[in-house]
Design a protein around this ligand. Sequence first.
Ligand code: ATP
Ligand code: MG
Length: 247
Amino acid sequence: DVDVPESHPRYESLLTRHRIEDGVEKGITSQQGLIAQGRGEAFDYLLGERTIESADRAERVAAAHLLVADHSVISVNGNVAALVPGEIVELAEVTGADLEVNLFNRTEERIEAIAEHLREHGASEVKGMAADARIPGLDHERAKVDADGIGDADTVVVPLEDGDRAEALGEMGKTEIVIDLNPLSRSAQVAAVPIVDNVLRAVPNMTEHAQSLRDRSTGELQEMIDEFDPDETLAAAEEAIRTGEVA
Ligand code: ATP
Ligand code: MG
């Protein structure tokens, strides 16, 4: 569907843009999603469009969190649905997490379109329509979540979440895993596990880690979790951006 030669030096980046454009056309991604994409691209360029070592470690720890969680939920917005629909469904399956649609600009139509898109990619159940619980400290529309989804979760994965909601979710005592290419973003700063990587690379890599960690004992996974330092991870990402060195 996209006429970009694979040899093009910006092949991945152009392909990604097309997916987001398609998402807008399908009513999955918002106009603001286009702006978020542009911002992400700039950071990905500075990171060398690769998964740096510290991000890979964070992705492994995130997988450990999902495996030990009592109830984990992966939040899906319009950009995530456009970029990695099949991959996010697979991550949910492998880790036993729920999928919940959560939008910055919430409309019933867009939630339904995203849920349908995820079902087309193999999701059996998609939450987000009930909206029968609230995140304290946020204005009405931004606060809506499902009571048996994010409302009940002990661990949440929030890719490309906005800073306010990331902060409010953290204050609810939930373990937050944030995927965000900007290590200075508030969302990344408040996360228990900040993953500074493109969702395109982060999500499949988390699934791979989850598959290889599946047989580990809870004690081993917990040890991995306890050893992780989010500030160190953010500093390593900043360092990689500044110096171009893999940290
Ligand atoms: P705040 O500082 O309050 O968190 P923000 O400025 O980060 O707000 P947005 O522009 O809505 O607010 O956030 C979009 C974020 O998503 C940016 O930090 C951007 O780097 C990140 N982002 C965009 N596309 C991707 C992607 N494909 N993978 C990972 N992160 C992405
Ligand atoms: Mg942010």
